[in-house]
Design a protein around this ligand. Structure first.
Ligand code: ZN
Ligand code: ZN
Length: 367
């Protein structure tokens, strides 16, 4: 097997052009399964060959504990892909979730990675029984239990809960899974007998989270089967009323898919109601933020005057400025501290008014 060929060798521009030129319709879907896999490296190479031939794009994690996949493929090949999955005992009849709002352009290339775990959760799995999970609920039952007054817990990170969540859900402040689950244990430690409903994007994180809560002594733990993605599908299929408000944060170029028209968040820059989620367009920043249309215009799609000053330079000047700079933002994440972002914007605007620039070093870059 020529392993060199078993990965993407094209440039992003080439990939984008290829996808845009494609005539066939694509479907975006995701699936996961906790299952013992053997000889993961070889499996990875075989899957790459087989799935590339089916036109599959996306991101797949394989590990000894299972598979976690988010992919798009030509709609015409869905049947063949299902047959391919079913041809292996480990993936047989694995339930997949089809994205609701979808132009099929969510992924540019096929990436299959071998990982230690299929979800980086930071938990010591050997310390508890990961298969002792909570009861799986469908959308209808989840809704009913909410009406009966069960405690609802969002198991996603803070930036995912921002633009949409279940009505009245407990939203952890942590920006990682481990922090969130520890926060939940602490917040409900006096109430371990309460009926607890958990949910996350696709259901996979609740598998671990519910097992962890049970290990911690919680006695009545249930989880939304298939997560918000499948909840949205069931709403449509069965004509149920959504108790989830707003948008569902997703991990591809779309960033979000809308579940209901409710707007549950505010613009981090001006505070008006908005759930327009985006990244700062200045390449060295790229900070995730909720930004209303008006602020997007005002700050040229950037998080701050300082980023927008760079972003509006001629492309060569931007490149010169970026040279040697880290692309990892060191600024406080706006999600954790929107007030801090507004403070920084005010200070920068004052400085800008005073000096005419926030980057005096630019005078040496631009003749
Ligand atoms: Zn705004
Ligand atoms: Zn920025």
């Amino acid at each position: 097997m020529d392993l060199h060929r078993l990965r993407n060798l094209r440039s992003p521009e080439e990939l984008r052009a290829r996808l845009d030129g494609e005539r066939q319709r694509r479907t975006t879907l995701s699936f996961y399964r906790y299952v013992r896999l053997k000889d993961v490296e070889t499996l990875r190479h075989t899957l790459y060959q087989e799935w590339e031939a089916l036109g599959v794009l996306g991101r797949i994690y394989l590990s000894q504990e299972g598979i976690n996949a988010q992919v798009s493929l030509p709609t015409a090949n869905l049947k063949a892909f299902r047959a391919n999955l079913n041809s292996r005992e480990a993936f047989k009849e694995v339930p997949w979730k089809i994205a609701v709002e979808d132009d099929g352009k969510s992924f540019l290339k096929l990436i299959i990675k071998v990982k230690k775990k299929i979800v980086a959760d930071g938990l010591a799995d050997d310390a508890f029984d990961v298969t002792n999970v909570g009861e799986h609920l469908d959308a209808k039952t989840f809704n009913r239990k909410m009406e009966e007054g069960a405690v609802v817990i969002d198991m996603r990170n803070n930036y995912e809960c921002l633009i949409g969540h279940f009505e009245g859900a407990y939203l952890p402040k942590a920006d990682n899974f481990r922090g969130a689950i520890e926060e939940v244990v602490e917040a409900f430690k006096e109430n371990k007998g309460a009926e607890v409903l958990m949910y996350c994007t696709g259901g996979i994180r609740c598998e671990k989270a519910s097992a962890f809560l049970k290990h911690q002594g919680f006695t009545n733990v249930s989880q939304l089967h298939g997560g918000i993605i499948d909840y949205a599908r069931q709403l449509k299929a069965e004509g149920l009323k959504s108790k989830y408000l707003g948008q569902n944060f997703v991990f591809d170029e779309r960033l979000a898919e809308r579940i209901t028209d409710d707007v549950v968040s505010t613009c981090m820059q001006c505070g008006t109601k908005s759930d327009r989620i985006t990244n700062c367009h200045e390449a060295t920043c790229n900070m995730l933020l909720v930004q209303c249309e008006a602020c997007a215009t005002k700050y040229a799609d950037c998080c701050s005057p300082s980023c927008s000053e760079i972003h509006q330079l001629p492309i060569e000047a931007q490149r010169a400025w970026r040279k040697g700079r880290s692309t990892r933002s060191t600024k406080t994440k706006a999600v954790n501290d929107p007030a801090g972002l507004r403070q920084r914007i005010r200070e920068e605007e004052e400085l800008l008014a005073l000096n005419g620039t926030l980057h005096p070093e630019l005078t040496t870059l631009i003749p």
